[in-house]
Design a binder for this molecule. Structure first.
Ligand SMILES: Cc1ncc(COP(=O)(O)O)c(C=O)c1O
Length: 402
């Protein structure tokens, strides 16, 4: 169940979870670096539910959570309209925490046939070693999802918009289908952020982020999180914090919380710039195809207008002479950095060749690969737009793509 917002989200980005230090009345959060908090034995004893009950004060051990981390978790939960959240060292740690906390040997996972490469590889190579069955499905095809559901299916994992295609999943419809079959639905919403989509309000059970990307937004801290109901987050925390050691550090939590304070204006500015750049690319004579959820030419534009407040900061486009242009980005760009990540304050670009991803990562049926190529052809440049003036970025692209 999603929880209603009390303040507007822009306000919650500054206020949720924040409590001023009582001694100094400082107006920004203090970092509590202490690993331990002393306690009176009967207050700090383990309950029948283990550490699941110890997410809130009195704090005991930073491996489970700590006052700074807790502020971040509460802020994320408020923005995602969920009861609770658990913050992890990286986005991959959050994804592993979800899979290894909720799935057992004999369970079945349905995962988007296109998603961030490392999570696809985790599902393809690692989960089967633990007796978990995995089926990659194109989640835009709800009939295919319904057919893939088995009696032992426990979880469907989606990514919307997905990396690298920017293909969308209809989260409300998929959540409806999942509920009919008593299957949990998790969505990696890293590309959207809560500014653009709040999946829990559409019926999604667990919302996962790589906080390393837009939510921190400054390219200087790794982090991840999962947000959902109190019971699910307690279940995930009790495994991932105590047994996997996945909890984020206080210092990174503080940096990411500072990033969140400007998340709303940043995502709006970045999305406005990305739209201008996507429109410019779409009119460029050498560009063969542009995928951007904010463009009317996106194959799921109607869904984008319903499910997304803005188009987001990532654009992918196809162009001939990919290798030569990749060299130009790497050697001649002054504003775009040729790098793999997304969601920083500076713009990034990278070439993702279809043949390379098919060889390294995806194992697709002929039809799945045909659908992939519909969005990506032989390869795409992925642009992550930063906070530079879009006119400067367009001028640079004009020079690099000529
Ligand atoms: C959609 C998505 N999810 C998860 C991750 C993993 O995040 P992290 O690098 O914080 O582990 C990434 C990384 O690029 C991503 O793009």
């Amino acid at each position: 169940m999603s929880k209603p917002l009390q303040y507007c989200p822009e306000t919650l980005a500054l206020s949720a979870g924040f409590f001023p230090d009582q001694q100094t009345q400082a107006t920004t959060p203090h970092i509590t670096m202490s690993v331990n908090h002393s306690f009176v034995p009967e207050e700090g004893s383990f309950s029948a539910n283990g550490i699941a009950d110890l997410a809130d004060a009195p704090f005991l051990y930073a491996g489970w959570t700590n006052p700074t981390v807790r502020q971040l978790e509460q802020r994320i939960a408020a923005l995602e309209c969920t009861d609770d959240a658990y913050a992890t060292t990286t986005g991959m740690a959050a994804l592993s925490a979800v899979f290894f906390s909720l799935l057992r040997a004999g369970d079945h996972l349905i995962i988007s046939d296109v998603c961030y490469a490392a999570v696809y590889e985790l599902a393809r190579d690692v989960l089967p070693d633990y007796g978990i069955e995995v089926t990659p499905v194109n989640l835009t095809d709800l009939d295919a999802v319904a057919q893939a559901i088995r009696p032992n299916t426990k979880l469907i994992h989606a990514e919307s918009p997905c990396n690298p295609l920017l293909r969308l999943t209809d989260l409300a419809q998929l959540a409806h289908l999942a509920k009919q079959h008593h299957v949990l639905l998790s969505v990696d919403s890293t590309f959207a952020t809560p500014v653009i989509t709040r999946p829990a309000t559409l019926g999604v059970d667990l919302v996962i982020h790589s906080l390393t990307k837009f939510i921190n937004g400054h390219g200087d801290a790794l982090g991840g999180c999962v947000a959902g109901s109190k019971a699910l987050i307690a279940q995930i925390r009790s495994r991932a914090a105590a047994h996997f050691g996945a909890t984020i550090s206080a210092q990174n939590a503080w940096l990411i919380m500072r990033g969140i304070e400007t998340l709303y204006p940043r995502m709006k500015t970045i999305s406005d710039s990305a739209l201008q750049i996507a429109q410019w690319l779409a009119n460029h004579p050498r560009v063969k195809q542009v995928n951007y959820p904010g463009l009317a030419s996106h194959p799921q534009y109607t869904l984008a207008t319903e499910q997304m407040a803005y188009g987001g900061g990532v654009i992918v486009f196809q162009i001939d002479a990919m290798d030569e242009i990749a060299q130009r980005f790497a050697r001649d760009a002054r504003l775009f950095y040729y790098a793999y990540s997304i969601g920083h304050q500076r713009s990034l670009a990278v070439l993702l060749k279809t043949a390379d991803l098919m060889a390294s990562t995806y194992r697709m049926t002929t039809e799945q690969e045909r659908q992939y190529r519909r969005y990506a052809g032989d390869g795409v440049f992925r642009l992550s737009i930063g906070l530079e003036n879009p006119h400067d970025l367009i001028e640079e692209l004009d020079r690099l793509l000529c």
